[in-house]
Design a protein around this ligand. Sequence first.
Ligand SMILES: CC(C)=CCC/C(C)=C/CC/C(C)=C/COP(=O)(O)OP(=O)(O)O
Length: 343
Amino acid sequence: MTAVPVSMTDVRGLVDGALRAAVGRLDPRTYRVAAYHLGWADEEGRPLAAPAGKALRPALALLSARAAGAPPESALPGAVAVELTHAFSLLHDDIMDGDRTRRHRPAAWTVFGEPAAILAGDALLALALEVLLEAPGQGSARAARALTVATRRLIAGQSLDLEFETRRQVGLEECTAMAADKTAALLACSCAIGAVLDGAPEPLAAALEAFGADLGLAFQLVDDLLGIWGDPATTGKPALSDLRSRKMSLPVVAALNSGTPEGARLAELYARPPDPEDPEDPDEEDLAEAAALVEAAGGRAWAEAAADERIASAAAHLASAPLPEPVRAEFLRIAAFVTRRDH
Ligand SMILES: CC(C)=CCC/C(C)=C/CC/C(C)=C/COP(=O)(O)OP(=O)(O)O
């Protein structure tokens, strides 16, 4: 998978060595699962050429050091820590959602079993903190605290997301608040962690975090759009997977709350429990109808406009922050990538 494009820093080139050194501390059984999940190895432990994932969070972390006038290398512990935390969340998320495909390959739990995948996720989260606490300089404890707060919010968001799946009525505001915790909190932390490690003043760290919070919401909105209308060949997820699992994603919740006849029909489809005897239920026709209803009820247009608004708001946070012009331009380039991405 192609990494997020960052013109002035070779993100993977900088981060991969430190990431591999950290994960290499794990016991051999846990290492095998983590190496598979991170795209370094196949099921048998044989090395693979291309690592998985877009490396968006480490890219933001390295840039955040440059925002504070420090070299990107000084943010390496932060870049590694946010990517490890992200990897933990995906490992556990696939188990909770029963998702069998991740990054174009069978999800780790389908290969190694749930217990081994849970342990690997736990281990990656522990490693993230270990790496941050070992970081040289005064910012280490402050950065570790930022990451633990973000992780707590990640968990709160995930918990609410799971609760939404059991409910018929979800409001747009609470769904947005859920996404702010589940996804945006870690992106916000990634945008500030390099500066925090460098001991940056609080106003700069706060501006970077506010940028990341808006960027993170735009990211989730686009993720939700891709979950319905994305091409499985590029997303690495099965087609219409979010509708199949009746996920209360943002475009769906916008459609359900639209007050339109199409929104009401979508609510009927979502309320009908799948036939436990029929693995093909809902079938492709039901899913295509649900996608068409989300669109006709305005859910797609709402999510696209909301993503654009968040990106504009993200840019406004940077406009008033004291950071070098090329770094601001690079953050904005990443923001543009987030809304245009197809995977
Ligand atoms: C506690 C717990 C289990 C929380 C789950 C939180 C969770 C899975 C949030 C979803 C975030 C998200 C859109 C990830 C895709 O990131 P990406 O597109 O950057 O992924 P990539 O690394 O594959 O490119």
